[in-house]
Design a protein around this ligand. Structure first.
Ligand code: PHE
Ligand code: ZN
Length: 883
């Protein structure tokens, strides 16, 4: 047995859940913030939980990397033989029915590079407690089903930390001693520790207010470093729009007197919904036209909405345990998706989300890390903030909405809050509320929570002219995933329509129905295979299947290329128009990849060119939709479509298609670029303008791929004259790999060297470089003064982008990419295990690689696994990859 075996981290299991032995009546915290050592005093008022199976259980408080100073029980110092302290806990024996514990600990936030618990960033203090960061602040029942009221007193140097924030309402402040001041906060709502937050520092504040529909005035405050104050207006507008939307659509009002957002540049994730005091990655707060792209603006609006929506879905009603994470995340993502759809373009938003789902979540479902929306085990919970929990979880909530309709869904939501406000609950409770409010049985539907993997839905159609029927035989299967060799049938809503030869919608009636029932129907597939017969169909229709992407499945239907081109032009469902183009392009690319592997000459099918030309020239169409049709699927997505990954063949095929389309549609791209070039002079964040910029920049990308001086000049001119980052970045991206790219990159860096968020874009563009020496460039960029390995955004922009998105660059035949990743993972693991673990996921596709690369990747993984001191985060990813 080697060292690793003896101490290998053990999984936590859902089926082991036990209610907490003690509950908290309240907690009072005092923080004495200091440069070298911070003292945290906590006063816990506890009582035994009558529901716990053991009546005299020990009190086990979680705690990690804490220096215990003292423990008082009911006001008296406790003798050390009455408690045990180890690396992970403080255990107190022999307590009665209730107790008051006063615990003092010391911590060193200035040394905390994990960005969990209390840490420093640019001289200011911040906390991050989800999922299990509170235990790095003080000993506590650090689990979401322990909810209580918090008061927090913060004491700190007045000049260094003029702003002192925590959850709830500010109830007092004063001078503590000569240089130090204090502020006291009371949060009137019960909450679990993961929603605790504290911020202290030199921050400027943008203020505004929102009056709720019942007439309460809420102070809105966004805190940032002083130089960033001018970049907060879009975030503030987004807050107000979110508050209004949640009132209008969900009937939910904000519940505190103030709502605070703080931006921090060192943050592992996007943002955090701490009660009344959200803490955000600067990436999702700061935006002005010169520095933020349209995508950034949309990201800010969506993440602000997401965190704001958590106040009800997550905070007022929270999760019983971390296996239920999707209860709050899937629901809140669905809410923010719908918000964005209402604020911008519903079709474009849906397509964007489906692309993410397919590229990232389907890949996860096919990887060694595949897990259900409600996992039944984990080694490190931080590894489960995944696209499956978030995005697939949102699809699950969307399916309730599809099955129940908007009204039925709202009834379910209302019942959910009526039953569970102030509680910590499970996904079963959510399903029960949805079902009970509507008399709908979700028993089978709940398999979406317990079975991992992406179902494949196969449709076979048959038109019967004599009987005027159109029959769909629909069957489902789901591939095995770790620990789940076989699956039971899912309950799958399949929205569809049928088009006649002219492209018009056919009113639909199923056999046995008395009347026509509209043109889009939602079929419910619950069996392994089922037959649906439409009557009164007089001629062969073209089916439009899975409208709006009504379920997170892979659809298998043998459309001809003509049918796909027809759907692209005629489907009334915009999602399906795009989907038809995507299917067509995917098929062509798969053929090209096969041809590239066989070293055959590549050629561009005429049907594709014609269909794409028609789309491009359709001046009545939404330019955003056209832009999306011309956005080729990512290399990584293509890698997931083939049986064996040959990264170079994928790259060759995709690049060939890009240039071939550019050649075939040269004049149309030129014309379209010109059409939209001057169309958005002064920058406005508005869907119509975003759409025009998107299509214009897609055209620019194709044109520059032709390597003609006139088009390169076009890109250079756009780069120099752009008054917004969307156009500037698009032009830079078009130039990067050309000889002219070096100057453009230098100009860009020179202009933006002091803006970390803009520099992230500069790193990302270079991490995606398709030239053979990409890895050398990435290594060189690590030495750039703007790169810092301790800053997660920088690691994601450069290292994670290279390792997880630059398919052929990372998966180099000589294995140098794997060796590089392994080396960086080990460095990062010592600093920030969560970030290291994200990088480790770049190996998730390794088993599907062609043999040479597979062997190289395996060697790198095995070397990593041999390190006995890996964090639980990295250990879990590596061991599951090798399992
Ligand atoms: N709960 C956060 C969100 O989804 C994400 C998060 C998780 C942030 C863990 C930090 C740490 O909004
Ligand atoms: Zn969330």
């Amino acid at each position: 047995m080697n060292k690793r075996d003896s101490i290998a981290p053990q999984p936590i299991l859902l089926r082991d859940y036990v209610v907490p032995a003690f509950l908290l009546d309240r907690v009072d915290l005092t923080f004495e913030l200091d440069e070298t050592s911070t003292r945290v005093s906590s006063r816990l008022v506890l009582h035994r939980n009558p529901d716990h199976p053991v009546s005299d259980a020990d009190l086990v408080l979680d705690g990690h990397e804490l220096m215990l100073e003292s423990v008082l029980l009911d006001g008296e110092p406790m003798s050390t033989d009455r408690y045990d302290v180890d690396d992970e806990s403080l255990t107190i024996k022999g307590l009665g029915e209730s107790a008051i514990l006063e615990i003092t600990t010391r911590i060193e936030p200035q040394k905390n590079t994990s960005l969990m618990g209390l840490y420093k960033s640019n001289g200011n203090f911040f906390t991050q407690c989800e999922a299990e960061g509170f235990r790095k602040i003080t000993y506590y029942l650090d689990r979401p089903d322990v909810m209580t009221r918090f008061t927090t007193t913060i004491i700190a140097d007045r000049s260094k930390y003029p702003v002192l924030l925590s959850n709830g309402n500010r109830v007092g402040e004063g001078q503590y001693d000569r240089n130090r001041h204090w502020v006291k906060w009371v949060d009137p709502f019960k909450k679990p520790s993961y929603l605790f937050a504290l911020v202290a520092g030199k921050l400027s504040c943008l203020q505004d207010s929102f009056t709720t529909r019942s007439g309460r005035k809420v102070a809105l405050e966004i805190y940032v470093e002083p130089q960033d104050l001018e970049k907060c207006h879009h975030a503030m507008e987004s807050v107000k729009r979110s508050m209004k939307w949640d009132e209008d659509v969900y009937g939910l009002e904000y519940d505190l007197d103030s709502y605070m957002i703080v931006a921090v540049s060192d943050f592992n994730m996007g943002a955090m919904e701490n009660k009344g005091l959200n803490i955000f990655n600067t990436k999702y707060v700061l935006a002005r036209p010169e520095t933020a792209t349209d995508a950034d603006y949309m990201g800010v609006e969506a993440v602000i909405a997401h965190e704001y929506f958590h106040n009800w879905t997550g905070n007022r009603v929270t999760c019983r345990d971390w296996f239920q994470l999707s209860l709050k995340e899937g629901l809140t993502v669905f809410r923010d998706q719908e918000f964005t759809a209402d604020m911008t373009s519903r079709a474009v938003k849906r397509i964007d989300d489906v692309r993410t789902l397919r590229t990232a979540q389907f890949a996860e479902d096919a990887s060694p890390m595949a897990h259900p929306v409600r996992p039944d085990s984990y080694i490190e919970i931080n590894n489960f903030y995944t696209v499956t929990i978030y995005e697939k979880g949102a699809e699950v909530v969307r399916m309730y909405h599809t099955l129940l309709g908007a009204e039925g869904y709202r009834k379910g939501i209302d019942l959910y809050f009526k039953r569970h406000d102030g509680q910590a609950v499970t996904c079963d409770d959510f399903a029960a509320a949805m079902g009970d409010a509507n008399g709908f049985d979700f028993t089978q539907f709940k398999r979406w929570y317990s079975q991992a993997g992406t179902p494949v839905v196969k449709v076979v159609s048959q038109f019967d002219a004599a009987n005027q029927t159109y029959t769909l035989d629909i069957s489902q299967t789901c591939p095995p995933t770790p620990g789940q060799p076989e699956k039971l049938p899912f309950h799958i809503p399949i929205a569809l329509g049928l088009l006649d030869a002219a492209g018009a919608e056919i009113p639909l009636q199923l056999a046995g129905e008395a009347s026509l029932q509209g043109t889009t129907r939602v079929l419910q597939l619950t069996e392994a295979s089922q037959r649906f017969v439409f009557t009164g169909i007089s001629a062969q229709p073209t089916p439009s299947l899975l409208r709006g992407f009504s379920a997170p499945v892979k659809l298998d239907y043998p459309w001809t290329r003509q049918e796909l081109a027809f759907l692209m032009a005629h489907d009334s469902d915009s999602f399906c128009r795009w989907e038809a183009s995507h299917t067509l392009i995917r098929e062509v690319l798969l053929e090209l990849i096969a041809a590239a592997r066989a070293s055959e000459t590549l050629s561009l099918p005429g049907e594709l060119v014609d269909a794409m030309r028609r789309a491009l020239l359709d001046e009545a169409a939404d330019p955003a939709l056209i832009a999306l049709m011309f956005t080729l699927p990512a290399e990584t997505y293509l890698a997931d479509q083939v049986d064996e990954i040959h990264p170079d063949a994928i790259r060759t095929a995709r690049e060939y298609l890009r240039v071939a389309l550019a050649k075939a549609l040269r004049s149309e791209f030129k014309h379209t670029y010109a059409r939209f070039c001057g169309a958005t002079q002064a920058y406005r964040y508005a869907a119509v303008d975003i759409a025009k910029r998107a299509l214009k920049n897609v055209c620019l990308g194709y044109l520059t791929s032709l390597d003609e001086p006139a088009f390169i000049e076009l890109a250079q001119t756009q780069f120099q004259q752009a008054n917004n980052m969307t156009d500037s970045q698009a032009a830079l991206a078009a130039l990067v790999e050309l000889p002219q790219g070096a100057t453009a990159l230098a100009d860009f860096a020179n202009r933006w060297q002091d803006d970390p968020l803009v520099m992230n874009k500069w790193f990302t563009l270079q991490a995606m470089d398709k030239r053979a020496d990409a890895l050398d460039r990435v290594r060189a960029l690590q030495q750039h003064p703007a790169f810092q390995i301790t800053n997660p955004n920088k690691v994601y922009a450069l290292l994670a982008t290279f390792c997880s998105s630059n398919l052929a660059g990372f998966h180099r035949a000589d294995g140098a990419g794997y060796a590089f990743a392994a080396e960086q993972i080990l460095v990062l693991d010592k600093l920030n295990p969560q970030v290291a673990s994200r990088l480790a996921r770049s190996f998730n596709r390794w088993k599907k690689l062609e043999p040479t690369r597979r062997a190289q990747a395996k060697t790198a993984l095995e070397k990593l696994a041999a390190h006995a001191d890996l964090s639980r985060d990295v250990f879990e990813i590596i061991s599951k990859n090798l399992a």
